[in-house]
Design a protein around this ligand. Structure first.
Ligand SMILES: Nc1nc2c(ncn2[C@@H]2O[C@H](COP(=O)(O)OP(=O)(O)OP(=O)(O)O)[C@@H](O)[C@H]2O)c(=O)[nH]1
Ligand SMILES: [Zn+2]
Length: 184
């Protein structure tokens, strides 16, 4: 939960710090709006991947399940600027599959926080292993970081690609190749 009073004070101070007048008409409501925005974009702190992944269905086989092109928005913890792109998530079930939407929900749980792309990628893979008890999990994230596009090194369009492999995917390169074929 966001402390709205604290967030509003902080935003008002930031507006003053950049030379703005927080009391001018267009800005009067801004601290409250920004506090509400953080409630939404950092809502993942109040959520638990294990709850989403507890919706399961029995299956006989253990074939790979892939959910690809899951669009997400997150915030980089260094600059508080967005990074956004797509996640491809796959796992090898151990008798239980989860609802398809729960894979995207798991991405949301970890994206709606202050993040590093590497940690986001790893946390989704770890949740599939720990909470869904998958035999293997693999997560590939491709994203553009606004802190590299609109400021700093100013390289719009460059994409950061991260990969996390767990369980069977860490042991068998052929499974990784299958995954890459399926998400291409
Ligand atoms: N590994 C990693 N780095 C990130 C991520 N998001 C932003 N960064 C980087 O974090 C670094 C912070 O570097 P610093 O030198 O402390 O900060 P800075 O002076 O603002 O750096 P510049 O962005 O190079 O101007 C930068 O290189 C960013 O590109 C991420 O998700 N993962
Ligand atoms: Zn950044």
């Amino acid at each position: 939960m966001v402390d709205h009073q604290k967030a509003q004070q902080a935003v008002a101070m930031l507006l003053e710090a950049i030379g703005e007048d927080p009391s001018r008409e267009g800005l009067v409501e801004t601290p409250a709006r920004v506090a509400r925005m953080y409630e939404e974009v950092c809502g993942g702190y109040d959520e638990n991947a294990a709850e989403h992944l507890s919706t399961t269905f029995h299956v006989d086989g253990s074939e790979m399940v892939v959910e690809r092109d899951i669009r997400f928005y997150s915030l980089c913890e260094h600059h508080l600027l967005p990074f956004f792109g797509t996640a491809h998530v796959a796992y090898i079930p151990d008798g239980e599959v989860t609802g398809l939407s729960k894979l995207a929900r798991t991405v949301e749980v970890f994206a709606r926080r202050l993040q590093l792309q590497e940690r986001l990628t790893a946390q989704v893979a770890d949740a599939l292993m720990d909470d869904l008890h998958a035999k293997g999990a693999i997560v590939m994230v491709q994203a553009e970081h606004m802190c590299m596009s609109m400021r700093g090194v100013r390289k719009p369009g460059s994409q950061t690609v991260t990969l996390a492999k767990r369980g069977l995917f860490a042991q068998d390169e052929r499974l990784v190749d299958d995954f890459f074929r399926m998400v291409r």
